[in-house]
Design a protein. Structure first.
Length: 536
């Protein structure tokens, strides 16, 4: 398998391991207790700070890192030297992999500026065998240009999808069998229509009185009435055809016209009927869809279908500027895009992570969809945009996907910043670290598993037949400087009485007063704080 090489790559590999552990400082809680986190700080440091608590716990990571387009935007600089960009991405991907669950997925959105290099970096970090697919997304209309002097128009971006291991399985779309109860209309052509051409398709136009729409009991050959409005106008070919070619034709065709458009639809009919507004003050129209051809052959069981790899989000990108009540120029993603990804790779209650949070779209969508989330953003807009947007969500924000989901508000999150490193410059433990935090670091160091902020006992747990203990900060009740933190006969007796365990033990403490023979007889391996806590 090919690997990328660049200036200072070896240093990048080493620096990933050498990133110091920092403490998270909880600044405030917003709404109800939830465990959701919004972190302001360098995402490299924040990701390392999260490892002891969330290693192997994240079900889905979505990031859209800097595309390196060589432009400067209002809230971030997207102009890095190529090797700098590679180092930035490689170091973050390495830490993200540690946080991803074995059955988890990472989705990385990018454009062509660095897309090919990103693919090779992901192959290297996650394994080429774990590449799943590339989702291609139209992000702007063909007629909308970014700059008049550009030689090439950028319409498409891509999102590379990788799994952590073969244990990961996506949630494929399901065809929901709705029966034929909604297919209750028949359309009768009483007189021949007037033939015109729209959008390269043959169209017959019928005036009122030249056709009849009748309602009959639902059957396989019936039609379903659908309003051509709202998200439908961007969401499927019929909606887009109405939007682009039929909307506003009352001047030419009059009110209440019926249109029979050839070569459109997935119901096997070969045509689709549309109606225009019936009142001068109306703008909405309708179309009539037959039972999709693939549903006609399905039994009563819902069927999974493959995940598609092309999505037209140009309409959503064009309208997302004010989603969430925050304006973010350059790079803001629409909520519909994130909803699509989370539907494929998560279920309610799963943990979602975005370490390039930007305007907080990922966190907002995860919140509305009932997922837990962690978002990281370095700039001041972590507060001006992130905190504000999530507060709006809690208060019942009705933009984006809210109406589709019936969102009415609720939930909460904690806003955190990065505090000092766990170890100070002299190698001593930071005085601000509490027992639970240090216990999580020790537990993760020994087992590779995530810890907990709720550790309240010297016995941290048993893993693979070995018990792990931490004597720190007077956890046994003795608040003297070394009281209870030194493994001596009295402390050992207390451990046996309160937390008996007959098997190998690893005990962390500030000092030991027991001889080697005693330690061997008790199957104890003693490790001294802080020297044996190698947090890399």
């Amino acid at each position: 398998m090919p690997f990328l090489d660049w200036v200072n790559k070896n240093q990048a590999v080493r620096s990933t391991k050498d990133v110091p552990y920092h403490l998270l400082k909880q600044e405030k809680d917003v709404g109800e207790p939830s465990g959701n986190l919004l972190i302001q700080g360098d995402n490299l440091l924040a990701l390392k700070a999260l490892k002891p608590f969330y290693a192997g716990s994240v079900k889905c990571i979505y990031i859209d890192p800097p595309y390196n387009t060589q432009n400067a935007f209002e809230y971030y600089d997207d102009k890095l030297e190529h090797s700098q960009w590679l180092t930035l991405i490689y170091t973050r991907l390495s830490l993200l992999r540690d946080l991803l669950a074995e059955d988890g997925f990472i989705v990385v959105q990018i454009d062509d500026s660095e897309g090919a290099y990103l693919k090779i970096l992901l192959d290297e970090v996650f394994g080429r065998q774990n590449y799943q697919t590339t989702l291609y997304m139209q992000v702007r209309y063909a007629a909308k240009t970014l700059k008049q002097d550009m030689a090439y128009h950028k319409q498409i971006e891509q999102a590379l999808v990788y799994r952590k291991s073969p244990a990961a399985r996506p949630y494929k779309p399901v065809i929901e069998i709705e029966g034929f109860d909604k297919y209750t209309y028949d359309i009768k052509e009483i007189y021949p229509g007037r033939e015109i051409e729209l959008g390269g398709k043959k169209v017959l136009v019928f005036k009122p009185g030249e056709y009849e729409i009748v309602e009959v009991p639902g059957h396989v050959d019936g039609l379903k009435e659908i309003w051509a409005s709202g998200t439908i106008l961007d969401g499927n070919s019929s909606g887009r055809f109405f939007r682009d070619y039929l909307d506003g034709r009352t001047t030419e065709d009059g009110l209440g016209a019926l249109y029979k458009v050839q070569d459109i639809g997935d119901d096997g009919l070969g045509y689709r009927y549309f109606t225009g507004p019936k009142k001068a003050t109306a703008t909405k129209g309708k179309y009539y869809q037959g039972v999709p051809f693939d549903k006609r052959e399905l039994d009563n069981q819902n069927k999974e279908t493959p995940i598609e790899n092309f999505y037209d989000f140009s309409g959503q990108f064009g309208n997302c500027r004010q989603e969430g009540g925050v304006d973010f120029r350059g790079g803001k993603k629409p909520e519909k895009l994130i909803q699509t990804i989370l539907n494929y790779f998560t279920k309610p209650g799963d943990l979602v992570l975005d370490s390039f949070l930007g305007s907080a779209t990922t966190a907002a969508v995860a919140h509305k969809m009932g997922r837990r989330y962690i978002g990281i953003e370095i700039g001041d807009h972590a507060q001006s945009h992130g905190v504000q947007r999530l507060t709006n969500v809690i208060n019942g924000d009705q933009t984006g996907i809210s109406k589709e989901l019936g969102w009415s508000g609720g939930g909460g999150f904690s806003f955190c910043t990065l505090s000092d490193p766990v170890f100070n410059q002299s190698g001593h433990i930071n005085s601000d670290i509490d027992f639970s935090s240090l216990a999580s670091f020790v537990w993760h160091l020994e087992t590779g598993l995530p810890g907990s902020l709720n550790f309240d006992s010297p016995l941290l747990g048993v893993h693979n037949g070995t018990a792990y203990y931490l004597l720190y900060n007077g956890i046994l009740g003795d608040k003297r400087p070394l009281g209870g933190n030194v493994l001596n006969t009295q402390v050992l007796k207390a451990i046996h009485e309160i937390l008996p365990f007959d098997g190998p033990k690893v005990i962390y403490g500030e000092a030991v007063k027991l001889g080697a023979n005693k330690l061997d007889s008790e199957s104890i391996t003693f490790k001294q704080i802080p020297y044996d806590i190698n947090l890399v």
